[in-house]
Write a protein that binds this ligand. Structure first.
Ligand code: UD1
Length: 384
């Protein structure tokens, strides 16, 4: 039995962990006793409200975390430091063969640092993304996590190329997207000798989730009925980035942009707790056409996405989901890590907002084939 310890703590990480959790279960059904991968889950507690955390465990049928660190909120240093300290203590007990971290949050960085300092190899799912904006806490978390990881699972070719530019040299399948058949256990095991980090273009686990959950959401979600949105035209708005919410000038600018440019259009806005605080603090809202909700579940979000006619967001995940659902998306930022969505005409940055009506009926394998998690499992198992 090999021990794989997954570290999650913030909303998008529960979603990214889900396909890997499921692939592990499937793999274990057929595995010989010695090859079974024990799935150990640490929840740091970075997100703690029901609507930001537990709801995803319930919805996806995830197992309860084996360890809950309850670090909660704080400044970046404090939050990351608490995650590092508490994760280290737990890893010393578990002694896993590998630690898997997801995305770019303080949980990702704290978890990866704790592991690597104990000489436990780290696998980073969603490696290689760059905004080239070092004021974003997520950018610092990504760069640092990538450079201390042993297995770097990239969601796209752009991410692979970013790592090439930063000096990584060991690219599986020359950095091209691999599928489950590209990996040949006998030949390729040599590739993973543990001494040099390996970069793998696995595709995006978020696409795995999107493809599956899209069907389930139709059955499970009743949000459109609840909000009486059937046959209504509306946009979907989400916003939570620190650079948009913690700088009052930028926040007011965005609120003004939405009020004026989308005047008369209904907009549904599931509100992240960070924004709720700012709306109260700055005594500002987004105008009468914007309906503010509590954060919604993943299935509800997908139903809103399917039914909406456009998306406004600063979320990385929702930019891609809009692309996959073929909805035009205005990214409420000046740059994006998901540059392919811009090139393919589904996504525009706020500065180009006049082109919102551009809509290209083009969808391809930019982010893999929806089987990223199976591939990740194959590599994990052959590395440890
Ligand atoms: C974090 C990630 C970001 C990710 C986002 C998804 C970092 C640096 N940022 O940002 O990359 O896209 O999660 O949501 O890790 N809060 C609550 N209830 C909760 C969670 C948070 O009230 O359940 C409040 C906190 O008190 C804090 C604010 O929301 O004031 C922000 O939370 P924080 O964990 O710092 O980061 P996010 O903005 O959620």
């Amino acid at each position: 039995m090999k021990k794989c310890c997954h570290i999650v703590g913030a909303r998008p990480q529960f979603i990214k962990y889900f396909p890997v959790f499921r692939a592990t279960k499937e793999y274990n059904k057929k595995a010989k006793k010695n090859d079974v991968l024990q799935d150990i889950l640490i929840h740091t507690g970075q997100h703690y409200d029901y609507a930001m955390s537990k709801i995803f465990f319930d919805e996806f049928g995830l197992k309860e975390p084996d360890y809950h660190l309850e670090v909660g909120s704080g400044t970046h240093g404090q939050q990351t430091g608490d995650i590092l300290k508490h994760t280290e203590a737990v890893l010393q007990q578990i002694k896993p063969d590998i630690v898997i971290v997801y995305g770019d949050t303080n949980t990702t960085l704290g978890g990866a640092l704790a592991a690597v300092k104990l000489h436990i190899p780290v696998a980073h799912v969603e490696a290689g993304l760059r905004s080239f904006n070092r004021h974003m806490p997520e950018e610092i978390n990504r760069i640092t996590t990538d450079h201390i990881s042993s297995l770097l699972f990239c969601p796209s070719k752009t991410a692979v190329n970013n790592l090439k530019k930063e000096g990584f040299e060991n690219f599986f399948n020359e950095g091209d997207l691999c599928d489950i058949h590209t990996f040949n256990s006998d030949n390729d095991k040599k590739f993973f000798n543990g001494s040099v980090p390996v970069v793998i273009n696995s595709g995006d686990v978020m696409y795995d989730v999107f493809l599956d959950a899209r069907k389930i959401a139709q059955r499970k979600s009743s949000i459109l009925e609840k909000l009486k949105l059937q046959n209504k035209e509306f946009g979907l708005l989400t916003m939570h980035r620190a650079e948009n919410t913690d700088d009052i000038k930028q926040f007011l600018e965005l609120a003004r942009f939405i009020r004026s440019y989308f005047k008369g259009k209904s907009i549904i806005f599931p509100v992240h707790p960070r924004i709720r605080k700012r709306v109260q603090q700055y005594k500002q809202d987004f105008g009468p056409d914007v309906i503010m909700l509590e954060p919604v579940s993943y299935f509800d979000l997908l139903m809103l996405l399917e039914a909406c006619s456009f998306v406004l967001t600063d979320s990385g995940g929702l930019q891609k989901e809009a692309y996959w659902a073929k909805k035009p998306c205005v990214t409420l930022r000046n740059e994006t890590e998901w540059v392919e969505t811009l090139e393919n005409g589904y996504n525009i940055l706020m500065s180009d907002y006049k082109q919102i009506n551009k809509f290209f009926a083009n969808n391809n394998k930019l982010y893999g084939d929806g089987k990223a998690a199976d591939l990740i499992l194959r590599f994990l198992n052959n590395t440890i």
